[in-house]
Design a binder for this molecule. Structure first.
Ligand SMILES: Cc1ncc(COP(=O)(O)O)c(C=O)c1O
Length: 374
């Protein structure tokens, strides 16, 4: 069986967890939260980092910091995870989706301006598969229209845009450390507060609306409720686990990229499939290798064929505007030329730290066989 994903284990996680247990300090914002945030800060080039209990929570915190009010509009691609939209809907926003660029499955930046109205407040680029959106274009549109930008970089640890880490290029960025991500702690995330003007308020939001951080830093002698906030923080045991993982992050990503490259070499000139393009400005992290088949029929047949061969390949997001909730609550602006069509023919191939080059050759060999038999 070639599994689609096996979560990475560094092997050092238990040592750090034992350290937390001996210290008897389990709540968030402790020693490992600090060490892990510092490491993330060097990886992300972001000076203010908080660990959160999920990527979803990080997005919800970003939506809170954007000060979303009822009926504010937020623009994003429909080809994303529900959390990207939920975070803003929870604060009363209206979601406007735009179409993807089929070359990357990221949103097509040329369509953003058509979706902007007087009510637009935030742009949310989603860097799909760890491949950067064109952030110069996004930031220019944002500054011309006085909008905020939240990068959904859930899949993007150690990916970059023009050598700047994803998540660091706008007002706020988020990562996910869900079990399915390159670096994982089961459920976890982080938020990057990239503008200094939000540093104070973010310390309050992350601590349930209190000024506890100032208290912990010895700046005040007791803490109290000063604004709205929530319990966004990651606990210390999870932070310790994540610390072990993050130390090995570069090795994990190098291994994934070598496997990604092997797939790429095989499919580069293949007449039956299309593969993603990596724009010149982007360095990716080998998070996903996908192929696009002629149509959903061929994609589903190939997926079944691979399953019978013991290979687990997977589809990905069902576009949010065609989901039951998205249909009733959100709006797709402009034509859906590629979002539905291309998500229906996309197939992700197995890719994880424990996969070997032989496994990749086995997968590509079976795909070759499938096409010969057609
Ligand atoms: C693009 C995107 N955004 C947000 C999330 C949510 O992250 P989490 O599962 O850590 O809450 C995910 C998770 O898969 C994702 O892929």
């Amino acid at each position: 069986m070639i599994k689609f994903n096996i979560p990475f284990i560094a092997g050092t996680e238990l040592d750090y967890i034992n350290d937390v247990i001996s210290s008897k300090a389990f709540q968030g914002n402790g020693k490992y939260s600090k060490k892990t945030s510092e490491l993330l800060s060097t990886y992300s080039a972001s000076k203010k980092v908080f660990l959160t209990s999920s990527g979803t929570q990080a997005l919800e915190m970003a939506a809170l910091l954007c000060n979303i009010k009822k009926d504010d509009e937020v623009i994003m691609p429909s080809f994303t995870f529900s959390s990207t939209a939920n975070a803003f809907i929870l604060r009363g926003a209206k979601i406007k989706f735009i179409d993807v660029d089929p070359k990357t499955m990221n949103w097509d930046e040329n369509l953003i301006e058509d979706a902007i109205t007087q009510k637009t407040k935030v742009l949310v680029p989603v860097h799909y598969a760890g491949v950067a959106c064109d952030m110069d274009k996004v930031n220019k549109i944002a500054s011309n229209n006085n909008l905020m930008v939240v990068e959904d970089a859930a899949q993007c640890i150690l990916s970059s845009y023009k050598n700047a880490p994803l998540g660091s290029l706008s007002d706020f960025g988020i990562y996910s450390f869900h079990e399915t991500k390159n670096i994982q702690c089961g459920e976890g995330g982080s938020i990057f507060i990239n503008k200094e003007e939000f540093w104070d308020i973010s310390e309050i939001s992350v601590e349930k609306g209190t000024n506890r951080t100032k208290f912990l830093n010895g700046e005040i002698d007791k803490y109290t409720w000063v604004n709205i906030g929530s319990s966004f923080l990651m606990n210390e045991i999870t932070a310790a686990f994540l610390y072990g993982q993050l130390i090995d992050a570069k090795a994990v990503i190098n291994k994934r990229i070598s496997l990604w490259n092997r797939y790429h070499e095989f499919f580069e000139n293949n007449e039956f499939v299309e593969i993603q393009e990596i724009p010149n400005y982007a360095k990716h992290n080998g998070h996903i290798f996908y192929i696009k088949l002629r149509d959903s029929n061929v994609r589903n047949k190939l997926m079944l064929f691979l399953r019978e061969c013991g290979i687990d390949a997977r589809t990905h997001f069902i576009p949010l505007h065609s989901s039951p909730f998205g249909k009733s609550k959100c709006e797709f602006i402009g034509l859906d030329k590629y979002t539905t069509l291309d998500s229906n023919r996309l197939l992700r191939l197995p890719l994880h730290y424990y996969l070997t080059i032989n496994d990749v050759d086995n997968v590509t060999g079976k795909i070759e066989k499938f096409f010969k038999e057609q």
